[in-house]
Design a protein around this ligand. Structure first.
Ligand code: HMG
Ligand code: MG
Length: 302
């Protein structure tokens, strides 16, 4: 068995989470949420998004939020960037890590970023080379890798091909996204060995939304193949407004509970993540979906 002893958790709450809420969270509360997450032992906190404020109004205050968060040494704070304008704004705000994002589904790419997959790769070729020349670290996302919300068929070969193109233009890490939470472990079994060959396990991350309750099963399957980088969101926040039906990322608490129970280290303190989740739950208009968070909140012990 190839199962890793250590897993790196990439926290998505402030970006994937807060991009998809009904209530507008204030910049003060966003900063506090990121700062609480920075205290948990996480080494990756995706902080915000420099996309068009028309596309994602909830994160229009990205520059202010990014400037004000406390950057803890040893923690990476990537920001989402869709084009040259996003890179310019990210750089002006002082970001040293970005994430570009395309998809395996043409229909989703068009709706999410108004570009074909080919166009997005051409756009990101310029963005990534400029970012790298400026010393930035770059992640690349392949969304809708396990299924499209628009009915078009996504094959593992198409996913691997897009991932390879992101590697070829210089991305340091590739995150493969189940944007609408439709994936099952047999898909992981099929796709991960193909991705491992092209991307390499050392820079392969998996990003599961938990819409149908299969995220932890998928993570468990991926662990058997040696994957050791997973995206998750404190409390289970998340979703993409351009992916109908998408709900939250797998909860960071759920992933930590499972991994720690399996004696896999993460360096992340579950109790402190719960504190960040409690804080953000206090400003949102709904309960958090993470099962481990809910169980901890109901437990007799504090
Ligand atoms: P467009 O309308 O084709 O772009 O949108 P445009 O270049 O024609 O610009 C339109 C307007 O936006 C212009 O302003 C631009 O200046 C402005 P106007 O002249 O009309 O006043 N603009 C910007 N402003 C600020 N920052 C920018 C920027 N770019 C343009 N960076 C575009 C194309 C890509 C910009 C738009 O579609 C967009 O921003 N999309 C982002 C959608 C998004 O953020 N989706 C959620 C993130 S993806 C996700 O959640 C999936 C993931 O989690 C993985 C997974 O789950 O699988 C990553
Ligand atoms: Mg996502």
């Amino acid at each position: 068995m190839n199962r890793p002893k250590y897993v790196r958790i990439c926290e998505m709450g402030p970006r994937d989470g807060l991009q998809n809420e009904r209530v507008l969270v204030s910049a003060d509360d966003k900063v506090r949420y990121v700062d609480l997450l920075s205290e948990t032992g996480l080494s990756y906190v995706e902080a915000t998004s420099f996309v068009s404020p028309k596309a994602i109004p909830l994160l229009a205050d990205a520059a202010e939020v990014f400037a004000r968060i406390r950057k803890r040494p040893g923690v990476r704070y990537p920001v989402l960037v869709p084009n040259a304008k996003g890179l310019e704004r990210a750089r002006a705000a002082g970001a040293d890590a970005i994430a570009v994002f395309t998809a395996a589904s043409e229909a989703f790419s068009k709706r999410n970023i108004n570009m074909t997959i080919d166009d997005s790769i051409e756009t990101f070729r310029g963005v990534v080379s400029e970012a790298k020349a400026g010393g930035m670290w770059v992640r690349g996302y392949v969304s809708t890798a396990f299924g499209s919300p628009f009915g078009d068929v996504v094959t593992p070969r198409a996913v691997v091909a897009v991932a390879k193109r992101l590697v070829d233009i210089g991305c340091d890490e590739i995150s493969i996204g189940d944007t609408i939470g439709v994936g099952v472990p047999s898909q992981v079994d099929e796709m991960v060995p193909m991705l491992a060959k092209v991307v390499g396990l050392e820079r392969l991350a998996l990003h599961f939304h938990d819409t149908r309750g299969t995220a932890l099963a998928n993570i468990y399957a991926a662990l058997q193949h040696g994957v050791f980088i997973f995206d998750s969101s404190a409390g289970g926040l998340g979703g993409c407004p351009y992916a109908p039906g998408a709900t939250g990322n797998v909860g960071t608490e759920d992933v930590l509970y499972m991994l720690h129970g399996m004696a896999i280290e993460t360096g992340v303190d579950l109790v402190k993540v719960r504190a960040a989740s409690r804080f953000i739950a206090g400003v949102l208009d709904h309960e958090l979906t993470s099962k481990a968070f809910q169980a901890l909140e109901k437990a007799v012990a504090p």
